[in-house]
Design a protein around this ligand. Structure first.
Ligand SMILES: [Zn+2]
Length: 164
């Protein structure tokens, strides 16, 4: 039986918790790349550990998928992320040939610190890209995913915030 979006998202949540724990301060974001029903890459956010601003969970998952498949593009794949992907990761998904992006918590569920722009949304990146075969679905296990992050009204210490 093929796995549902919820099944994959549950696996992503488990990966986030397993590798990074449940403390929002550790930014437990996880992503999976699934191609033709098979997991070909996974990753968690490693920006702090690697001193690498590009080491988002999704980028880590694309890199793992590239190593696993031996190809730069993962045509037709689905990207699962526990948090709505940022602009960088959404563009990376477009370059990688991803067909679907499925995410858990959206902008409305978490603190603004997770996003690079107050108004620009991932949805706009997809709408404006030279691509008409990329679909986006949010809110899969949204509340489970949102519990991993600071909420919209949480007081977050300033030195932990990338924005503001
Ligand atoms: Zn990102």
């Amino acid at each position: 039986m093929s796995k549902s979006d919820e099944d994959w998202m549950r696996r992503a949540v488990e990966l986030a918790v397993e590798r990074k724990g449940r403390d929002p301060a550790n930014t437990p974001i996880a992503a999976l790349v699934v191609q033709a029903g098979t997991l070909v890459g996974e990753g968690v956010n490693r920006t702090a550990e690697r001193c690498d601003a590009t080491a988002h969970a999704e980028i880590e998952a694309f890199r793992a998928a590239g190593r696993a498949t031996g190809a730069m593009r993962i045509e037709g794949a689905t990207l699962y992320s526990t948090l709505q992907p940022c602009g960088m990761c959404t563009m990376a998904a477009i370059w990688a040939g991803v067909s679907r992006i499925v995410y858990g918590a959206g902008r409305e569920h978490v603190h603004a610190m997770y996003f690079e722009d107050r108004h620009l949304s991932t949805l706009d990146f997809v709408a404006d890209a030279y691509k008409d075969d990329l679909s986006l679905a949010g809110g899969v296990l949204a509340s489970e995913c949102a519990k991993l992050y600071f909420g919209p009204d949480d007081e977050v210490p300033e030195d932990m915030q990338a924005n503001d």
